[in-house]
Design a protein around this ligand. Structure first.
Ligand code: ATP
Length: 268
């Protein structure tokens, strides 16, 4: 991994098989997998331009961005857009230019813009408090999206659609917008199994127990389900035995999902 302030370049190890659920996204990606080849171009296929993944924190958006790079065997450049701002006059614009140029140099490549709303919030770009810097950075990014010379697939991830600049959501900017929702009961089963398997404990729970755990975890994100497994492992270690159904139920009892916290905040 090479890291340089706002830019990070890596070949991630996560695969699409590490993601529980998100079937629509997986299908979409599978269909476009070969679109970067010469034969695809000759056939008349257009290279995919990019997608926007929207959803609550911990629902697997970052995991998906990494898995796409792996599935398509393309280098991944992560841009921390909140960090490109600041410095001397013109520095933010030049940071953005540099990131886009690097993505083209690595092309075909994937440019993952994490928490895009943090940097390009529509609220900021329409205001004049930053002397128009945000608007200029956003403008140059959108122009590049339309006119880029080399294939760079942009994966933008965001938590909050309300803060996104409307220009980004306009048809034709990205190929597709995916709403990464809280997992369904079946998806929770898949995610729990994946994380148990990762720690070679998949057989510690039978089918009925996994189903019950999935039922008990309504409203949990993928990251929270992983937390439950990790917490249960601590409890099991403390008990001096291997992880079982009781540990997992106890771990659920001490985990409050973010979705619930948000409802509580809204109620108050
Ligand atoms: P943020 O908006 O905070 O960046 P995110 O949506 O990008 O959140 P991730 O960072 O991908 O969420 O999730 C954190 C971790 O939770 C992942 O590395 C993975 O271990 C686990 N996780 C989340 N969603 C899933 C899922 N659908 N399947 C398997 N694991 C998941």
């Amino acid at each position: 991994i090479k890291k340089q302030g706002h830019l990070e370049y890596f070949h991630p190890s996560a695969t699409l098989d590490d993601i529980g659920g998100l079937d629509n996204l997986k299908k979409w990606l599978d269909r476009r997998k070969l679109a970067f080849s010469e034969s695809a171009k000759e056939f008349g296929l257009e290279e995919p331009r990019g997608l926007l993944l929207l959803g609550l924190p911990g629902t697997g958006k970052s995991l998906a961005a990494k898995a796409i790079a792996n599935a398509w065997q393309l280098p991944l450049l992560r841009l921390d857009i909140g960090k490109i701002f600041g410095g001397i006059v013109g520095q933010s614009e030049s940071n953005m230019r540099e990131a886009l140029q690097l993505a083209e140099t690595l092309s075909p490549s994937i440019l993952w813009i994490d928490e895009i709303e943090k940097g390009l919030s529509g609220i900021q770009s329409s205001g004049s408090s930053d002397g128009g810097t945000t608007a200029r950075v956003l403008g140059s990014f959108l122009t590049w999206m339309q006119e880029k010379k080399k294939p760079v697939f942009v994966v933008a991830t965001a938590n909050n659609i309300a803060q996104l600049p409307p220009e980004l959501l306009r048809k034709g900017r990205v190929d597709e917008i995916f709403f990464v929702d809280l997992p369904t009961e079946q998806e929770r089963q898949d995610i729990l199994n994946l994380h148990l398997k990762k720690r070679s404990r998949q057989d510690n729970l039978n089918l009925f127990e996994i189903k019950e755990v999935a039922q008990l975890t309504l409203g949990f994100t993928g990251a929270e389900l992983e937390e439950v497994i990790k917490e249960a492992l601590f409890m099991a270690f403390d008990d001096g035995i291997d992880i079982n159904f009781e540990h997992i139920k106890s771990a659920i009892a001490v985990t409050t999902p973010i979705s619930m916290t948000m409802h509580e905040l809204i109620d108050k």
